[in-house]
Design a protein around this ligand. Structure first.
Ligand code: ATP
Ligand code: LTN
Length: 334
């Protein structure tokens, strides 16, 4: 708790341009929860290094992600929004927690298996210990709740296991965090292969809607979205493409699945795809306008980057010091 508020922690990797999946599965929930909790949101730039990055592009992309958090509606005066690499406690805590994490449990992580298959030429140790750094992020801030998409729940489970293992030995050091998955948009699928999640690092740009895509591009991508044989708009297991479009329309319009299938009863795929596209264009319009304004104000963004890094450092250092002491590391002489 900070004051009378519970603590929320979340973040995203700066690995690509944010997609509609990131927005509906995560960012949108962050905004909904930000009034109720004391919130910390990281741009997870250390995590991004598990995949090779071009330095100049990476720097630009990470700053863009930072700015997008604010453009989407997070107030940087009320929420602590910062770069993971600006707070050295994350890497230090990750090392300490590495010593409380088993190879066996890391080997079972689905994301590790998927990413190793995708980057077979670079299966580095960082990719393997990725969940430990994530546990460090969350536990440093004593988070009560962690809003994420479904794909991250396994990492949250290992975070809880590590925290409980540590607490069992050293007493009540860490708050045990709970995951939070929103009711709609928790798993948005690729527009080109609805059996795969929409992902910002997908090579096929038609598979994802990017938050900064212009309206024509958005409509075009929806028109080209892979759907199923048949022509009926209904939510059925054998129609993953249509189910995905219904989920997207539901998350962006606020209508539920039944209302949507009724609205499009007897209508064709073409009409439905256009409606979904327009609904997405509508929710992204204000975010895109705000993004333009913010990108033009470098001094403002710089000032909040600095202010928030200090706040995050202060909060995380308190937990790090406590953990070091519990472990018996020699206290620094000041
Ligand atoms: P990458 O392609 O680099 O793995 P990603 O698009 O999967 O990236 P992450 O940075 O791993 O995105 O995830 C950021 C947040 O967005 C997480 O909370 C994750 O659960 C959520 N998220 C990612 N993709 C989707 C999706 N398709 N549907 C719903 N939520 C998603
Ligand atoms: N692994 C997460 C990003 C992430 C994260 C976190 C999310 C890193 N650290 C802490 C929540 C809390 C992902 O979305 N791929």
């Amino acid at each position: 708790m900070i004051g009378d508020k519970k603590i929320l922690y979340s973040g995203m990797q700066a690995t690509g341009n944010l997609t509609l999946g990131n927005y509906l599965g995560a960012l949108n929930n962050w905004i909904k929860l930000s009034e109720e909790y004391e919130c910390f949101y990281g741009v997870m730039d250390l995590h991004s290094l598990t995949v090779r990055q071009n330095p100049a592009e990476f720097r630009k992309r990470a700053r863009m992600l930072y700015t997008l958090y604010i453009a989407a509606g997070l107030d940087p005066k009320k929420n602590c929004i910062y770069f993971q690499s600006h707070v050295s406690a994350h890497a230090e805590m990750a090392w300490l927690l590495n010593c409380f994490t088993y190879m066996g449990e890391l080997s079972r992580m689905t994301q590790f298996k998927d990413k190793s298959a995708k980057h077979a030429d670079n299966i580095n140790a960082g990719l393997f210990t990725y969940p430990v750094l994530m546990a460090a992020d969350i536990l440093l801030y004593q988070a009560d709740v962690v809003p994420v998409g479904i794909d991250q729940l396994q990492h949250l489970e290992i975070t809880r296991d590590i925290a409980e293992r540590f607490n069992n030995i050293y007493g009540d050091v860490f708050t045990i965090p709970e995951g939070y998955v929103g009711k709609t948009g928790a798993k948005i699928m690729s527009l080109q292969d609805p059996t795969k999640k929409m992902s910002k690092s997908d090579e096929n740009i038609n598979a994802s809607i990017y938050l900064l895509d212009d309206p024509d591009t958005i409509i075009r991508k929806f028109k080209r979205a892979v759907t199923d044989s048949g022509s009926e708009i209904c939510y059925r297991e054998d129609k993953p493409g249509i189910c995905n479009l219904i989920d997207i329309y539901s998350a962006t319009s606020g209508k539920n699945r039944d209302e949507i299938t009724r609205e499009f009863d007897g209508k064709g795929y073409g009409e439905f795809k256009l409606a979904v596209g327009e609904s997405v264009v509508d929710i992204l319009k204000p975010l895109q306008a705000r993004m333009k304004e913010l990108q033009a104000d470098k001094a403002y963004i710089d000032s909040i980057i600095k202010e928030n890094a200090e706040k995050a450092s202060y909060t995380s250092m308190k937990t790090l010091r406590k953990v070091q002491k519990k472990l018996g590391l020699t206290e620094r002489i000041r």
